[in-house]
Design a protein around this ligand. Structure first.
Ligand SMILES: Cc1ncc(COP(=O)(O)O)c(C=O)c1O
Length: 284
C-alpha cells in the first residue's frame, strides 16, 4: 500500500504528494518540523510535540493558520489513513511558496505536510551492546534549540558517522563542550549522579530529554544540568542518548575508547525500563 501524505488540506498517495518547487522549505530550509512516535496505534507525547512545533514556528515568525487541536487531528487522521502501528508521523511546516527572496514574502500560506515514516529504532544488537560513537566539531548555528528544516550540518554529521562505521556522533562545540548527539540529547552517569547539559541555544530541548529527567526523579537518581567536556564523557561510568527514536540508548564506546565496562550499564537499563513503562501506560 502506498503511504498516504497530508499535503495542504488533502490526503494523497506518496506518488502524488508534492509541494511547489518555489516552496521556501525547498529553497531555504525555511520551516520547522516534528516527529512523533506511535506505539500500538497510539501516539506518545503527541500534545507535547505539537506544542513544540507551534513554539518553533512562532520563534521563526511563521503565523500558523492551524490551532493545536487542528494539528493534532490532522496527525491522528494521517496515522489512521496509514494504519500506523509502531512508526512515526513527521510534521513539516514551511513558510510557504513564493518567488525567491530571502526576506519573508508578504502574503503566503504556510505549507503543511504530515506523513508516516518507518521507525528508526536502533538495531537489537546496538541496544544490547550499546552504541559506538565519534565526536565531531559542532559546526551548527546558534539556534540549535529550534527544530528547523535546515539540517545540513546534521546531515553531514550523520554521514560522517556512517563513513566511520559507527552508530552516531556527539557534537563537541568549541569553547562549550559536548552538547548533544547527532539527533538526540546526551546524559552521562558518574559516581551516583546523572548529568545532562542545561537548555541553551546549543542544544535541542528534546521531549525525550524532559521525559528522561522526569523518569530519573521517579527512579531517585540525582540529576544535575551542567555543561561538560569530552574528558568527562570519556571518564563517565555510563553515557546515554535520548530521543523519540532512540528512547534511551546506551553508548559504550566514544572515539574508540570504552565507556565504563564497555557494556550497557544498570542506570541506562533502569532509565530505559522506566521510560518503556511510561510508553506502555500511555499506549497499550
Ligand atoms: C539535535 C537533536 N537533539 C535532540 C533530539 C531529540 O529530540 P526529541 O526527544 O524531541 O525527539 C533531536 C531529535 O530529532 C535532535 O535532532
Amino acid at each position: 500500500m502506498e503511504r498516504i501524505f497530508y499535503v495542504n488540506g488533502k490526503y494523497l498517495p506518496a506518488s502524488q504528494a508534492v509541494v511547489s518547487a518555489e516552496d521556501r522549505g525547498f529553497n531555504f530550509g525555511d520551516g520547522v518540523y516534528e516527529v512523533v512516535h506511535w506505539y500500538n496505534y497510539q501516539p506518545f507525547l503527541l500534545e507535547e510535540h505539537v506544542e513544540r512545533l507551534i513554539q518553533s514556528a512562532s520563534v521563526i515568525k511563521i503565523d500558523l493558520p492551524w490551532s493545536k487541536e487542528e494539528l493534532i487531528d490532522i496527525a491522528i487522521e494521517t496515522a489512521k489513513q496509514n494504519n500506523l502501528k509502531d512508526d512515526y508521523i513527521y510534521m513539516q511546516i514551511s513558510r510557504g511558496a513564493a518567488i525567491r527572496q530571502h526576506s519573508f514574502p508578504d502574503s503566503t500560506q504556510p505549507t503543511l505536510v504530515m506523513n508516516s515514516q518507518p521507525s528508526a529504532k536502533p538495531a537489537k544488537e546496538i541496544i544490547q551492546k550499546g552504541a559506538r560513537v565519534i565526536t565531531i566539531p559542532d559546526i551548527r548555528w546558534l539556534h540549535c534549540d529550534i527544530k528547523a528544516l535546515s539540517a545540513l550540518a546534521n546531515v553531514l554529521a550523520k554521514q560522517a558517522a556512517k563513513e566511520h562505521s559507527v552508530d552516531d556522533v556527539l557534537y563537541d562545540r568549541a569553547g562549550v563542550g559536548v552538547v548533544e548527539g547527532g539527533s538526540s540529547n546526551i546524559f552521562y552517569y558518574k559516581e551516583g549522579k546523572l548529568y545532562t547539559p542545561p537548555l541553551s541555544p546549543y542544544i535541542f530541548p528534546g521531549i525525550t530529554r524532559a521525559k528522561v529527567i522526569e523518569v530519573a526523579k521517579e527512579c531517585n537518581i540525582p540529576l544535575e544540568e551542567k555543561v561538560f567536556s569530552l574528558k568527562e564523557v570519556l571518564d563517565a561510568d555510563e553515557v546515554m542518548l535520548a530521543s523519540t527514536g532512540y528512547e534511551v540508548l546506551s553508548v559504550t564506546e566514544v572515539n574508540g575508547q570504552k565507556i565504563g565496562r564497555g557494556v550497557p550499564g544498570d542506570i541506562s537499563k533502569e532509565l530505559l525500563q522506566t521510560y518503556t513503562k511510561h510508553v506502555k501506560e500511555a499506549c497499550y
